[in-house]
Design a protein around this ligand. Structure first.
Ligand SMILES: C[S@@+](CC[C@H](N)C(=O)[O-])C[C@H]1O[C@@H](n2cnc3c(N)ncnc32)[C@H](O)[C@@H]1O
Ligand code: SF4
Length: 384
């Protein structure tokens, strides 16, 4: 039986400082235990590879946290291990998230030598005031310098910006985005600021320390983003991701197409198929207890759950409607064991098609731009 190809996610859980908006599994340590975590990540990779066999590997993504704080030797060793343990595609995409502080920018050439071929820079804003508000450790000038260095080294480059910030006008965002597009290569991730539970921003927001754009302004900012990126030849291929055709992130497309992925490192998730079973795997979230578990048992995995057809249908709709290409109905049936018509509320589906939130043809179901703006509400009503 032909296995699904595999994407590999590697989580590095450490950062120089905790940004006030961020609820990712990221932690600050006075001394990052480099050697211990390098060893544990390699052990976990070998452990899972033994179980998976030599599957075709299509991408590797070093995410975090701040993986640009990893020792470049660790990045190199993990890439080499992955190439040895799996059947790596010749054009395998290998992305590393990097923060644009000077220390990390200085190490970019070592990451390139390690085999990374795509870098994702966390620029977040191009104005110093906004960067200070976001609690970033770098200036706009440093961000631009890191971008130039990255451009000279890597065949592919993308960066993240956060917009819909307090008091950000449409005119101001237009200007910032126009500058970003001049600096961009062929891919951008543009996120609206969200207030996540448990973050410092949540406490400040509740105290009234700042306000966010109202929903009409947020929608107008989103539309402005679509308009400017499109004029620049980039398509909104996912809710927050923009690329020239052919430059989409292959790794993230695997998630959105509900493909198989192995996640290693603290808190990393996985979706792995074995024959007709599809398993959801989880790892211990806290870094040191994760490492301890790997040291004792070879893996930091804490749970493995068999996903029912219903679970799969729910997840695949959630992922697939985020992307412009939508969901392939034949793949939906093959991956979930359910037809679309059995998985969704027929009345709501008919209504959403009628109101122009969804489009269905013989082969696909996809959300329109209007639909993607209301995806959460739409899915809550649609999925049985
Ligand atoms: C894993 S994080 C960051 C990668 C890297 N550590 C950095 O900070 O540059 C991925 C991206 O999610 C975005 N992000 C995180 N929290 C967010 C929030 N609350 N609202 C909007 N975007 C957010 C940021 O743009 C960030 O770069
Ligand atoms: S945004 Fe990036 S640097 Fe900031 S805390 Fe989150 S993962 Fe770390």
């Amino acid at each position: 039986m032909q296995h699904e190809p595999l994407a590999l996610y590697i989580h590095w859980p450490f950062c120089l400082a905790k940004c006030p908006y961020c609820d990712f599994n990221s932690h600050v340590r006075e001394h990052i235990p480099q050697a211990r975590f390098a060893k544990a990540l390699r052990a976990e990779l070998a452990h899972d590879a033994a179980r998976l066999g030599r599957r075709k590997l299509t991408s590797i993504f070093f995410g975090g946290g701040t993986p640009s704080l990893m020792a470049p030797e660790t990045v190199a060793a993990l890439i080499e291990d992955a190439r040895t343990l799996f059947d790596a595609a010749p054009d395998m995409e290998i992305t590393l998230e990097a923060n644009p502080t000077s220390v990390e920018a200085g190490r970019l050439h070592q990451f390139r030598q390690a085999g990374v071929n795509r870098v994702s820079l966390g620029i977040q804003a191009l104005e110093d005031r906004a960067l200070a508000f976001l609690g970033r450790e770098h200036s706009a000038a440093q961000a631009r310098a890191a971008l130039e260095t990255a451009r000279s080294l890597f065949p592919r480059l993308t960066f993240d910006l956060i917009y819909a910030r307090p008091e950000q006008s449409i005119a101001a965002w237009r200007q910032e985005l126009a500058t970003a597009l001049q600096l961009a290569d062929d891919h951008l991730s543009l996120y609206q600021l969200t207030i996540e539970p448990g973050t410092r921003f949540e406490a400040l927001y509740r105290q009234g320390a700042f306000t966010l754009p109202d929903s009409d302004t947020a929608a107008a900012l989103y539309e402005t983003t679509a308009e400017l990126t499109q004029a620049h030849g980039m398509a909104a291929y996912e809710v927050s991701n923009y690329a020239r055709p052919g430059s989409e992130s292959q790794h993230n497309l695997t998630y959105w197409r509900y493909g198989d992925y192995l996640g290693i490192g603290p808190g990393a998730h996985g979706r792995l198929s074995f024959g007709s079973a599809l398993k959801a795997t989880r790892r211990h979230r806290a870094p040191e207890p994760w490492a301890e578990r790997v040291e004792h048992t070879g893996t930091g995995q804490t749970s493995e759950e068999d996903l029912t057809p219903h679970d799969r249908a729910q997840e695949m709709l959630l992922m697939g409607l985020r992307v412009h290409e939508g969901i392939h109905l034949a793949r939906f049936a093959a991956r979930t064991g359910m037809t679309l018509d059995n998985a969704v509320d027929q009345t709501i589906l008919a209504q959403a098609l009628h109101e122009g939130y969804l489009i269905r043809d013989d082969q696909t179901l996809r959300a329109t731009a209007e639909g993607r703006l209301r995806l959460e509400a739409l899915l809550a009503a649609l999925v049985l």
